[in-house]
Design a protein around this ligand. Structure first.
Ligand SMILES: [Fe+2]
Length: 365
């Protein structure tokens, strides 16, 4: 087996964003991408005030799932500019958009990378702008992964841009930026990180890096997520959740996700079910399928069990009901068949078993 880290990412933690930025050798011209929320909070002005002797262009836009048209519009708008750094401040969608822009802005209007994605070809990436990722949610792992999701909302397609070139150079983990996260988003993004860690442990591409980071992420999430849900301003627990998100992201860099994510995609696409909820509610049922699997070491299974028990205690079905009736989820079974993701799971799962997993998860017997 050959395994390696993807890239050295420098993480600046334990400082405010404004102090942390001084630790990064930013110079030249900087492109800042963020959302209206952080502009309105004054965070962007405070940050630009700290960046002296650099040229700054700030782009503020609400980005929920980066769309190909939206990304083209942003890159075309700035096609005459040269940037030395991109700083993305926001949730997973903003960071994914910053990562994609880091390789499409240097193309200067050609959009070859996005065209290749749309034609299901591997894009040829020749240049990239270094990215500083500043996550304001704790869960997607976008701050450290080599993937970025790009949607074609007009034609109903979802693409994944995958390249080590889009991995951020620097990550700033400032837990204060997550304090305003509402209860549901705190829960669902935390569950996304838990799903990443769990999907790494029951993964056929499992290796020592994935094992170590996933276990630590699960330990942090099961102990600290309940605390942040009760005390939204608990900085110590918010810090732990940021670390967990990062570590779970490192784990999926190694293995990629598996069956629980395959199940989630059509549910998010069709019913707009929050990603973290859609990719975690089946974990207890999936654990039943692998608990006697000898390819997974006993200690890792213990962590998967910990994750499954934690999710069982959350009564996620009540959250799912706010999006769709459980029986309709079972009808989506054909759309869930994603051979690549299924084949990452430790055991083969046929349609009948998948139906059982869904019925068990949704209390449909
Ligand atoms: Fe995920």
């Amino acid at each position: 087996m050959i395994w390696s880290t993807n890239k050295d990412i420098r993480v600046v933690a334990g400082k405010s964003l404004y102090d942390a930025i001084d630790d990064i050798p930013i110079d030249g011209s900087v492109f800042i991408l963020s959302s209206p929320f952080f502009q309105n909070s004054g965070a962007i002005d405070e940050l630009t005030g700290r960046l002296s002797n650099v040229e700054i262009k700030t782009h503020i836009e609400r980005i929920n799932n980066p769309d190909i048209t939206q990304l083209k519009e942003i890159s075309n708008k700035y096609s005459q500019e040269e940037f030395d750094w991109i700083i993305g401040i926001g949730g997973g969608s903003i960071i994914d958009a910053a990562k994609v822009l880091s390789v499409i802005l240097p193309e200067k209007n050609e959009n070859k990378i996005l065209k290749a994605l749309q034609n299901n070809l591997v894009p040829n990436i020749s240049d990239n702008i270094p990215v500083v990722a500043v996550p304001t949610t704790s869960g997607t792992g976008a701050e450290c992964t080599q993937f970025a999701t790009v949607w074609d909302l007009v034609n109903g397609h979802k693409y994944s841009l995958e390249s080590d070139s889009i991995i951020p150079e620097y990550v700033i983990l400032d837990p204060r930026l997550t304090l305003q996260l509402p209860f549901d988003q705190t829960l669902f993004t935390g569950l996304d990180a838990l799903s990443h860690a769990t999907e790494s442990l029951w993964n056929k591409k499992f290796n020592p890096i994935a094992r170590a980071t996933a276990k630590e992420a699960i330990t942090l999430i099961v102990s600290k997520l309940p605390i942040v849900l009760e005390q939204s301003d608990n900085l110590e627990a918010r810090t732990a959740m940021q670390n967990a998100s990062f570590l779970a992201g490192v784990a999926i860099c190694q293995t990629k996700t598996a069956i629980a994510h395959a199940i989630s995609y059509p549910l998010t696409y069709k019913y707009k079910i929050s990603h973290g909820l859609a990719c975690s509610f089946t974990i207890p049922a999936l654990y039943e399928l692998i608990q006697s699997n000898n390819d997974i070491d006993k200690d890792s299974l213990k962590y998967v069990e910990m994750s499954a028990n934690f999710i069982k205690g959350l009564n996620l079905i009540e959250y799912l009901r706010t999006y769709v009736q459980p029986a309709e989820i079972v009808e989506m079974i054909d759309e869930m068949n994603n051979p690549q993701r299924f084949s990452n799971f430790a055991v083969a799962v046929n349609k009948e078993q998948l139906k059982e997993v869904l019925c068990f998860s949704l209390n449909l017997h």
